[in-house]
Design a protein around this ligand. Sequence first.
Ligand code: 3H9
Length: 691
Amino acid sequence: MQTVRIARQGSVAVATIDNPPVNALGAALRRDLATAVTEVMADPEVEALVLAAAGRAFIAGADISEFGKPLAQPILPEVLDLIENAAKPVVAAIQGVALGGGLEVALACHGRVALPAAKLGLPEIKLGIIPGAGGTQRLPRLIGAAKAFPMMLSGEPVAAQKALDLGLVDRVVEGDLVAAAVALAQELAAKGRPRKTGEIAEKLTQADREAFEALAKDATAKSGDMPNAMALIEAVRGAFTLPLAEGLAHERALFARLVVDERSKALRHAFFAEREAAKVPGIDDSVKPRPIARAAVIGAGTMGGGIAMCFANAGIPVTLIETSQEQVEKGHARIRDTYGFSVKRGSMTEATREQRMALITPAVGIAAAAEADIVIEAAFEEMGVKREIFGALDKVAKPGAVLASNTSYLDLTEIAAATTRPADVLGMHFFSPANVMKLLEIVRPEGVAADVVATAIALGRRLGKVPVVVGNCFGFVGNRMLEQRTRAAERLLVAGALPHEVDAALTGFGFKMGPFAMSDLAGNDIGWRSRKSRGKTAAVADAICERGWFGQKTGRGYYLYPEGARAGQRDPEVEALIADVSAKEGVARRSFTSEEILARLLDPMVNEGARILEEGIAARSGDIDIVWLTGYNWPAWRGGPMHWAEAVGLDVIVRRLEEQAAESGDASLEPAPLLRRLAAEGKGFSALKAA
Ligand code: 3H9
């Protein structure tokens, strides 16, 4: 199939790129683009070329799915050499996003015209790489390194008007973009030999170099574990120190090294997994979501308040419901305060805060949910409470309203059975803080209507969330796996590790916090209450709670928090208490390396993930990874637990689990049959997708 069409507008040729869905620069498009440029340049009747595009994107960049595989000729830098060195001017007509290699195409052109809605950026950093087709050399030449570097370091695109201010585009036009590009192309042709971006030298001044070096120093201090920020600095520095050809070769060498790095592979996996998670079995485009114009949230606690903010942020009016005036006022005031932090930080104006607050109507009593198209219950986590609320909702909610529970663990079928309309009931599990965290677990109990699931997915996207549809079981995907980690952490304490060692292993892996620091922050009493309600025990955790050491809020938990301390300090009493538990259980304590601790924490999670897949609770291993990446701060460049397990080797995970099961006598650590089978066949979880 031809991915580029050529037409003529007078003396100007217009090449239209058409490679759905987003005009990614795969092998066919690179070939057709090179052919088009060569043909047009050889045509004596043509004086200039406009590169335009069909569809919603100008060009979304290199085809990410080709990374890590041998590349077909011509490679992108060769195509861009053809464009930049063309004897006649080439003008880009940018109607949508120009990202990565897409912006690099535009940079190699001699002029750029954009529609106001266009967005331009070099997001490679988010994929663990750097621009590999001249972005680090041409963008600094065009707009100066001090402005180019932050764009590449953040990866965030700029809107057309900003691009105009930066000098990144020559014109922003309303209306007929191609006509405007043709006009610019003719003007450039009239001037004679086109000026190459690679030849522009006046922006790379001493002052620009100094400003760039200051930014680079700052970035070096903050860049953490990702090697690509360092490579980016090196590449951009080359724009000052090397001639264009050498700067391009240097950039390309850095790009080639990064693209095969495990960290980039993990980030690419996450990119595709997030898009795949959007494809839900049984919910295709023929299933139409129900319209949502108004929402209600039951429960004005931290969770309910955060969910109400999500609606207000998306411009959807929401009623915030509590059982008493005092409770609802308290919740309402907390929301105002939370927005207040943003105002103080300068990320929100006072006027925006007022607009958002105006969308939130506090109310007392469930009858206030009567007008809502969707009701999200975020009340106390107890089945009796939930059933009572849903029974009452059933009587007041309008016909066709979606009734959702934000429960983190409980059985949605049982909740739905409290109504006469179970087909309208499902779970919408937000993560704390609800107005910040991206994940939305959509829990699909048997019997829920397909359009109700579709409504929750569409609404999730409107709220800026990443919706992942999961099956109905205790704890769903995320918390069910988290419970395995929590149990593993307790087992480690009894076996000989100390809280700070366990936490350090996890932060060393890339998590922001370890399990004990996290539990101290959230409140150790939460898990205690949950264990008691299920008749479960955890010797160390229970002993700590029995002493009233609930964590930061009580000044001590697994750690001590003296007045004003944010980070916990080791507590000799806790450590003695742990040693006591080991002694009582007859365990000879021993020390553990960070690697051992990590394996013991994470392998049981992977094992549970395998069971979740076997039971069909998650449709794909990538869905599980997205849950952990977007809801639990799993380090992005580790790709999620299932991706990580594949990188380690499923056979290694199986062997380690067998050892742990034998040592502890805990049968739940026996490798799941699916895990054993895949390991024996030498396959990964991702092989299941194709099956
Ligand atoms: C690069 O350019 C490196 C160069 O410097 C050097 C090269 C030598 N490749 O997101 P959507 C697919 S690195 C392959 O749902 P939206 C996507 O998987 C690249 N496929 O739509 C999905 O497929 P499916 C730098 C891609 O409207 C479909 O397109 N560029 C690519 O919400 C629709 O995607 C980036 O990092 C791609 N580059 O958002 C941009 N892009 O239908 C990455 C998309 O089978 N892309 N697909 O599930 C994006 O940010 C968004 O996709 C975009 C559209 C904003 C373009």
